[in-house]
Design a protein around this ligand. Structure first.
Ligand code: FMN
Length: 173
């Protein structure tokens, strides 16, 4: 069962959960893939509710988003499986089926084509509005050194319109 929510009522929960991390899930063809994100912006742009994700160019997730410009944001409520989280934050969907390895149960979406994840129940269904490539060369030296000297690829901002928001709950009774 999905309980519809007003995303602004959960803004604090979503933003606080980004540290340690939440999930961004994509689907292209038959493949579903989730990666951990620690960066994200929840807000309002072009009079629409948006979630902006910051995905490095070399991520498989970036390729998936370019193939199908929709994603879900999946936020844990309470305890979650650390092993599953670690799989999604360290392994690539290029090499393996992370959904199977993490033992996730996929939940049929309401509006877009990308499913939610029962184990990370607060769900935002997002449809891409805009894609913007960052230029790390324009950043200050301290940030460049910290974020772009080991992994050298820049981030791409994916602005997703939040078209549906809900919490996946167990059926009662
Ligand atoms: C706590 C944490 C936060 C992360 N945040 C981001 C992020 O905001 N953007 C990003 O591009 N990668 C981020 N990563 C790295 C990706 O999750 C990781 O590279 C993942 O394996 C990419 O999966 P993919 O190749 O299937 O897309 C984060 C990793 C961790 C552990």
């Amino acid at each position: 069962m999905k309980r519809k929510i007003d995303v602004t009522d959960y803004a604090n929960d979503i933003i606080k959960a980004m540290c340690p991390g939440i999930l961004l899930t994509t689907k292209a063809g038959d493949q579903v893939n989730s990666m951990v994100i620690g960066w994200g912006t929840l807000g309002r742009v072009w009079e629409k509710p948006v979630f902006i994700a910051y995905v490095r160019d070399r991520r498989y997730t970036r390729e998936m988003l370019d193939r199908n410009p929709e994603f879900t944001v999946n936020v844990p409520l309470g305890a979650f499986d650390k092993h599953a989280f670690s799989v999604c934050g360290t392994k690539s969907g290029r090499d393996m089926d992370k959904i199977a390895a993490a033992g996730f149960t996929l939940e049929e979406p309401e509006i877009i084509s990308v499913p939610g994840i029962r184990e990370f129940p607060l769900t935002l269904e997002c449809r891409l509005l805009y894609r913007e490539e960052q230029t790390s060369a324009r950043l200050g030296a301290d940030i460049r050194k910290k974020f772009y000297s080991v992994e050298t690829d820049d981030h791409i901002c994916f602005y997703g319109e939040i078209v549906e928001a809900y919490i996946i709950e167990d059926e009662k009774g």
